[in-house]
Ligand binder design. Structure first.
Ligand SMILES: Cc1ncc(COP(=O)(O)OP(=O)(O)O)c(N)n1
Ligand SMILES: Cc1nc(C(=O)O)sc1CCOP(=O)(O)O
Ligand SMILES: [Mg+2]
Length: 546
C-alpha cells in the first residue's frame, strides 16, 4: 500500500532553504586587479551592516530587439529582486523576425569585462547565454577559476528562438569539455539538446529524459531539458535531472507569439533564485512559474511585425491582477488540513469570520477557504480582505469559494469552484497562472476536465454523508478511490469528515490524496483551535501509519 507521508514542512521546523550545493568555494577575497593609482577610487566607507543584494553576472550577447540576451537577463533579475551585471560576448542585430547580424566581441575584451566585474563586485551566480566562440568559453572558464562564485547556470544558446544558429561546432566541443563540468545546471531546449548530442531526434518525454541523462554525463550537476518547442505538446513540460531522479515540470502552455527570450529568461530566473538562496529545484520551479506568468500577462502585447515578439518581464509593476504578493506558489502539501468556513456556524457560535480563520490557523490548518453562501457581498469582501492579511502573515493560502470577483478584489490566493460555478478555464483567464484554483469533482471525467482547464487541485466528496451541503451525493471510499486514481491533480477529500473518520480516509494510502477538507468538524464546535489541533494530530498519526 502506497504510504502517504505528512508533508515534510509539517514535520520539521521551517528552515530557509540553503543555496544550491556550492560548486565553488564561497567567494573569497579575489586578488584585486590594481587599477592605476589615478583611477583607483577612494575606498568608500562600507555601511557597518551592508544589506545583501543577490547578484547575478550574465555573460551573454546583446539583443538589439531587447527581447532576449543580456537585456532579458537584466530585466528578469530585476523583476526577481536580484542585481544583474553584464559581460557582453557579442552584439547582434536582431528583431522579431530573426537575427540579421552578429559581431563577436574579441575574447581579450570579454576577459577584461570579466575582470572588471569579478574583481570589484561580489557576484553570487554567473549565468551564461550566447558564447560565440571557443576562445570566449575558455576565457570564461579561466575567469571562473580565478574568481570563484557560488553557482554557474549555463544556458547553451546555440539556436535563437527564431531558429537562427548562434554558435558553431567548435564552440560546442569547448562547451562540453570545459564549461559543462563547471556548471551547476545546464538548460538546453530541445534543439540545443539535440545539437549537444550529435543531432539526435528528440520527440517524446522519454527522449527528453534520455537526453537529460546523457547531458548530465558531460559533467553538470543538474540538467533541465526544456520541452516548450516539443512538437505538438499540449502543455509546457520540462525534464529536470539531478543525477538521481527525473522530475517533469508541467506548466501552462500560453498561446502567444511573444516567446522571444523565454530561454534566457528562464535561466536568469534560476540564477536569481539561486543567488537569493533557493535550492536548485525550488529555483527551477520558481523560474518556470515566473516565465509562465510573464507570458500569460504579455500574451496580447504587440512589439514588432515578426513571428517572435518579446514579453514583459516587469508585468507585476502594472497589473493589479499580478500583485507580486499574490503569486502564491501552489504546494499540494498545503491541502493537508483544509479549513472551510461557514457563516451559519460562525453566527451560531458568535464568532466573526476573521476569528474563525485565526483559530483554525492557530490550530494548524494548512489552507483556508471562505465558503460564505449567505453573506452579503460587501461584508464578504471586507472579511476576505481581513483574512487575506491574517493568512498571508502565517503563510497559509486563502481561497474564496465560488466568488471570483471577491477573490480578485481581495487579492486572495485563489478560488474553489464547483460544477455549476464558473468553469475553471474562465477563472484561470481572470486570475492568471499565479493563483490557486480548486474544482469540486465527483467523477473521473470531471477530474480530467479540471486538469485540462488548468486547475491546481480537486475537492472530492462527499466521502461521508453531510448536512452542511444540501442534497450532496455520498461517494464513500470507493468513489473517492475511483476519482483519485483517475486524477492527474492532487486531491483533497471532503464531506462528513471529522476526528472519528479522518484517519481512515488518509489510511486509504491514495498517493495523490493530499489531505482532508472540513467544515463542521472545526466550525460547528465551541473551540475551533482545539478541534483543529486534534484533527491535525490524527492526520499526522494516520499518515505515519499508512
Ligand atoms: C475543497 C472543497 N471541495 C468542495 C467544495 C464544495 O464547494 P461548494 O461551492 O460548496 O459546492 P460546489 O460548488 O462544489 O458544488 C468546497 N467548497 N471546497
Ligand atoms: C462544502 C462541501 N462540498 C462537498 C462536496 O462533496 O463537494 S461536501 C461539503 C460539505 C462539507 O462539510 P462538513 O465537513 O461539515 O461535512
Ligand atoms: Mg461552488
Amino acid at each position: 500500500m502506497a504510504s502517504v507521508q505528512p508533508p515534510p514542512a509539517l514535520l520539521a521546523p521551517h528552515r530557509p532553504s540553503t543555496a544550491a550545493a556550492l560548486r565553488f568555494p564561497s567567494p573569497t577575497v579575489s586578488p584585486r586587479v590594481s587599477p592605476s593609482p589615478a583611477a583607483r577610487p577612494r575606498r568608500l566607507a562600507v555601511a557597518a551592516r551592508a544589506m545583501p543584494w543577490p547578484h547575478v553576472l550574465t555573460v551573454a550577447g546583446s539583443d538589439s530587439g531587447a527581447g532576449a540576451g543580456i537585456q532579458a537577463d537584466i530585466k528578469a533579475c530585476a523583476a526577481l529582486g536580484a542585481y544583474c551585471s553584464s559581460v557582453i560576448t557579442a552584439v547582434t542585430a536582431q528583431n522579431t523576425v530573426g537575427v540579421q547580424g552578429v559581431h563577436a566581441v574579441p575574447e581579450e575584451f570579454v576577459g577584461e569585462q570579466l575582470r572588471s566585474v569579478l574583481s570589484d563586485m561580489s557576484v553570487d551566480v554567473v549565468k551564461t547565454g550566447m558564447l560565440p566562440s571557443a576562445g570566449i568559453v575558455k576565457v570564461l572558464c579561466e575567469s571562473l577559476r580565478k574568481f570563484p562564485v557560488k553557482a554557474l547556470v549555463v544556458d547553451p544558446v546555440m539556436v535563437s528562438t527564431s531558429g537562427d544558429t548562434l554558435s558553431g561546432p567548435s564552440t560546442l566541443t569547448t562547451y562540453r569539455d570545459e564549461l559543462f563540468p563547471m556548471a551547476d545546471i545546464v538548460t538546453p531546449n530541445i534543439k540545443e539538446a539535440s545539437k549537444l548530442l550529435g543531432d539526435v531526434s528528440l520527440l517524446t518525454i522519454s527522449d527528453m529524459r534520455s537526453a537529460a541523462e546523457s547531458i548530465y554525463k558531460l559533467g553538470p550537476k543538474n540538467v533541465l531539458v526544456k520541452g516548450g518547442d516539443m512538437p505538438d505538446s499540449t502543455d509546457a513540460i520540462d525534464v529536470f535531472f539531478d543525477g538521481k531522479e527525473f522530475i517533469e515540470l508541467r506548466g501552462l502552455r500560453i498561446k502567444t507569439r511573444n516567446t522571444h527570450g523565454t530561454g534566457c529568461t528562464l535561466a536568469s530566473c534560476i540564477a536569481a533564485e539561486l543567488a537569493k538562496g533557493a535550492t536548485m529545484l525550488r529555483a527551477v520551479e520558481a523560474a518556470k512559474k515566473f516565465v509562465e506568468s510573464a507570458l500569460y500577462h504579455s500574451k496580447d502585447l504587440v512589439i514588432g511585425n515578426g513571428p517572435q515578439g518579446p514579453f514583459d518581464h516587469l508585468f507585476s509593476l502594472k497589473s493589479p491582477l499580478y500583485k507580486m504578493g499574490s503569486l502564491h506558489k501552489f504546494n499540494p502539501d498545503d491541502l493537508f488540513l483544509y479549513a472551510v468556513t461557514d457563516s451559519g456556524m460562525n453566527k451560531k457560535w458568535g464568532r466573526s469570520i476573521e476569528d474563525a480563520v485565526k483559530a483554525a490557523i492557530e490550530g494548524g490548518a494548512t489552507i483556508v477557504q471562505l465558503r460564505e453562501k449567505d453573506t452579503e457581498t460587501r461584508e464578504f469582501l471586507e472579511a476576505a480582505k481581513a483574512c487575506v492579511e491574517i493568512c498571508r502573515s502565517s503563510g497559509v493560502p486563502l481561497l474564496i469559494n465560488d466568488r471570483v470577483d471577491v477573490a480578485l478584489a481581495s487579492n486572495a490566493d485563489g478560488v474553489h469552484v464547483g460544477q455549476s460555478d464558473m468553469p475553471a478555464w474562465e477563472v484561470r483567464e481572470l486570475l492568471g497562472p499565479g493563483k490557486i484554483i480548486g474544482v469540486s469533482c465527483k467523477t473521473p471525467a470531471q477530474a480530467e476536465q479540471a486538469w485540462k482547464d488548468g486547475a491546481d487541485y480537486i475537492g472530492c466528496g462527499g466521502v461521508f454523508p453531510t448536512t452542511t451541503k444540501a442534497n450532496n451525493p455520498t461517494l464513500g471510499f470507493e468513489g473517492l478511490r475511483t476519482v483519485c486514481l483517475a486524477s492527474k491533480l492532487p486531491v483533497v477529500a471532503i464531506g462528513g469528515i471529522n476526528a472519528g473518520n479522518a484517519g481512515s480516509v488518509m489510511e486509504l494510502g491514495l498517493p495523490n490524496l493530499k489531505g482532508v477538507a472540513v467544515v463542521s468538524a472545526l466550525f460547528n464546535q465551541e473551540c475551533v483551535a482545539t478541534e483543529t489541533r486534534s484533527l491535525r494530530s490524527i492526520l499526522m498519526n494516520a499518515c505515519c501509519r499508512s
